[in-house]
Design a protein around this ligand. Structure first.
Ligand SMILES: [Fe+2]
Length: 290
């Protein structure tokens, strides 16, 4: 890649979705950066990668994955890791992240990110795998906190202490999903504000925001709606604590017109600018010509 933006990301980005390829390529909207769901592009050729190639000419990328299955007892998937390394080399993302979760058992993959029991054994296992992946890829991984609907009786470490220990032992950083914190806090009856306070400031390198759905007494992390008011409020508190951390609007189901995503990003950017008093910076991309 020769003429790609290589500055570090800042401000609010959006997830790149295939139904917006043509809009982005033709209109070049004023988005600071795009997050790529890498699982959609591994071992792919043809049009998907050529769209990435074209969009990368104008925008910085971050990579986000669900397939490393870092919490699983399955062997690490070396084919997945090799394909991810190739994609990193080709597109030079500013962040690469996956989850504090597992998605496979006996090499069979499920479509959910399932939390781990937070025990010393699980911590040792998870850290070994994070370190192995970081060494193989030659990058610092960001680990995202999961949304959860129940707790394991086995767990004897808090999620925040578990995350802090993973950072200490592996040198990884954190992707803090503020919506996930709110969803988990509501479902499991803990304080989302205290959770934020327990996370060290320097280790948070990215934030996610998304919409949840209420079903009976549970909140479900569905990524199919606008960000809800309590999550915006929690995001303001996160900004006050962690500063202007690059933030992504996640929207994965019932994907709306691009303008809806842009409106959500604009709200997040205003909150960031207001809370962190960020001086106005020119975007590295061209403005939407509308
Ligand atoms: Fe997320």
């Amino acid at each position: 890649m020769s003429s790609v933006p290589d500055t570090d990301i800042s401000g609010v980005g959006l997830g790149l979705r295939s139904n917006h390829y043509h809009y982005i390529e033709s209109r070049k909207p004023a988005v600071r950066w795009f997050e790529i769901l890498v699982d959609n592009y591994l071992n792919k050729g043809g049009s998907a990668l050529s769209h990435l190639q074209q969009i990368r000419q104008d925008y910085a990328f971050t990579f986000h994955g669900v397939g490393l299955s870092l919490g699983s007892t399955d062997p690490l998937n070396k084919g997945y890791m090799r394909a991810l390394k190739d994609l990193i080399k080709r597109f030079q993302p500013q962040r690469v992240s996956d989850h504090l979760a597992w998605v496979s058992v006996n090499q069979r993959y499920v479509h959910d990110l399932i939390p781990l029991p937070y025990t010393n054994d699980a911590l040792t296992h998870f850290c070994q795998r994070v370190s192995e992946v970081q060494d193989f890829l030659g990058i610092q991984l960001l680990i995202e906190n999961p949304s959860s609907y129940l707790n394991y009786k086995l767990s004897d470490i808090s999620e925040t202490d578990f995350l802090k220990a993973v950072v200490d032992k592996t040198g990884c950083a954190l992707l803090l999903d503020v919506n996930n914190i709110y969803v988990s806090a509501s479902n499991n009856n803990f304080s989302a504000e205290r959770y934020l306070d327990e996370i060290p400031i320097a280790v948070v390198k990215e934030i996610h925001l998304a919409g949840y759905e209420q079903q009976d007494k549970f909140l479900l992390d569905t990524h199919g709606q606008r960000v809800h008011v309590p999550v915006w409020e929690l995001y303001s508190k996160a900004l006050a604590r962690f500063g202007p951390v690059p933030t992504l609007i996640e929207w994965d189901t019932d994907i709306p017109e691009f303008d809806v995503l842009a409106e959500e990003a604009a709200i997040a950017q205003r909150l960031m600018d207001h809370t962190c008093r960020v001086p106005k910076q020119p975007l590295s991309t061209r403005r939407d010509p509308r």
